[in-house]
Design a protein around this ligand. Structure first.
Ligand code: PLP
Length: 359
């Protein structure tokens, strides 16, 4: 192998080497406490500082205004599929944009609790492009959007236009902090950490404070109010995951912030897409106007060749390139921690593989 492993997993995903090294250096003795971070009480001053630092860094990175709370929750983005309708659907009328498998899952959960209108869907074209959303005239409790469709490789890099009263809720799991969004365009944003923020185990919720309400009948752990009131420490939070998130967030700031990440991600995605589009061996299933910067699916002419590709790529140190099990093919996830050199190594491999198989 002439280069390090490049991990193209969609999540849990590659983390910055500098962050892993820093965590390693402090692993057994955090700040002279004689304890690993994992052994610290969540009520200790040391951990309280970690939580405060993580929140402060995220606030700076995303310019989160003071009237938004940042919550650290467990249960993954999938639990948010339930918490969002349980907390925000006061009149029982909510709307969803169906842009892929994760939106579908969010819709299915919401339907268990409330009346759901699907405003637009691209299911009829296999989610190969974003659905066309017309201006929403009605006022729903919220409109839910998945900003980046991890499996299908599409992204709303510009938000559809809504009416002024619309409360937009976003599942930003796979492109939070990798593209610039304006937090004030949303009532609530949620994201599982395990792609762009850190390891699995913590989910970030950013929510406008007027949307948080006390609901005595809601189970305590499903209420945003519980997390907001107790500063995400009503019960034991996932301390290690939050520590790692803090390190990633601070790394991101030191690198230059979200705007710079977006620029780099655009360069990475454009380079890979240019190669795929110019190739007559690989194809993209995604319409050019809908393409994600973070998840790039591609195909060869047959599932057999696809399998050979991922096997040979893994042997060459390019790992986790399999497409999601529901769609097959290949998928390269190019989150913030994937260097341009990883994309170049992938393109070199793709080129050699294509030549070999075209003979
Ligand atoms: N939403 C999106 C866009 C995702 O990509 C994922 C996971 O990959 C999820 C939701 C589910 O996240 P979790 O596994 O944290 O529940």
């Amino acid at each position: 192998m002439t280069h390090p492993i490049y991990n193209f997993s969609a999540g849990p995903a590659v983390m910055p080497q500098a962050v892993l090294k820093e965590a390693h250096a402090h692993f057994l003795n955090y700040q002279q406490s004689g304890m690993s971070v994992m052994e610290l009480s969540h009520r200790s001053a040391l951990f309280e500082q970690i939580l405060a630092d993580a929140e402060a860094s995220l606030r700076r990175l995303m310019a989160i205004p003071d009237n938004y709370k940042v919550l650290f929750v467990q249960g993954g983005a999938s639990l948010q599929f339930s918490m969002v309708p349980l907390n925000l659907a006061h009149t029982n009328r909510v709307a969803y944009i169906d842009s892929g498998s994760w939106s579908q899952k969010a819709i299915a959960e919401a339907k268990k609790h409330v009346e759901v209108t699907v405003l637009a869907s691209s299911a009829d074209v296999n989610y190969s492009e974003l659905p066309q959303v017309n201006i929403v005239e009605d006022t729903y409790d919220y409109v839910h959007i998945t900003t980046n469709n991890t499996i299908e490789g599409t992204a709303f890099l510009e938000l559809p236009r809504m009416n002024d009263k619309t409360i937009l809720v976003a599942d930003m799991s796979s492109n939070i902090l990798s593209s610039t969004y304006n937090v004030t365009d949303f009532g609530l944003i949620y994201a599982g950490a395990q792609k762009n923020i850190g390891p699995a185990g913590v989910t970030i919720v950013i929510v406008r404070d007027d949307l948080i309400q006390t609901q005595p009948l809601l189970p305590t752990m499903l209420s945003y109010d519980t997390y907001a009131t107790a500063n995400s420490m009503y019960n034991t939070p996932p301390t290690f995951a939050i520590y790692m998130a803090k390190l990633v967030l601070e790394w991101l700031e030191a690198e230059g912030g979200v705007a710079l990440m977006e620029e780099r991600n655009r360069a990475k995605a454009e380079r890979l897409y240019r190669f795929i589009d110019e190739s007559d061996f690989y194809t993209s299933p995604v319409a050019p106007t809908s393409r994600s910067l973070t998840n790039i699916p591609f195909l060869t002419a047959s599932p057999t060749l696809d399998k050979q590709f991922t096997q040979e790529a893994a042997a060459a140190g390019l790992v986790n390139l399999e497409g999601h099990r529901s769609v097959g093919g290949m998928r390269a996830s190019l989150y913030n921690a994937m260097p341009l050199a990883g994309v170049d190594a992938l393109i070199d491999f793709m080129s050699v593989f294509a030549k070999k198989k075209s003979i």
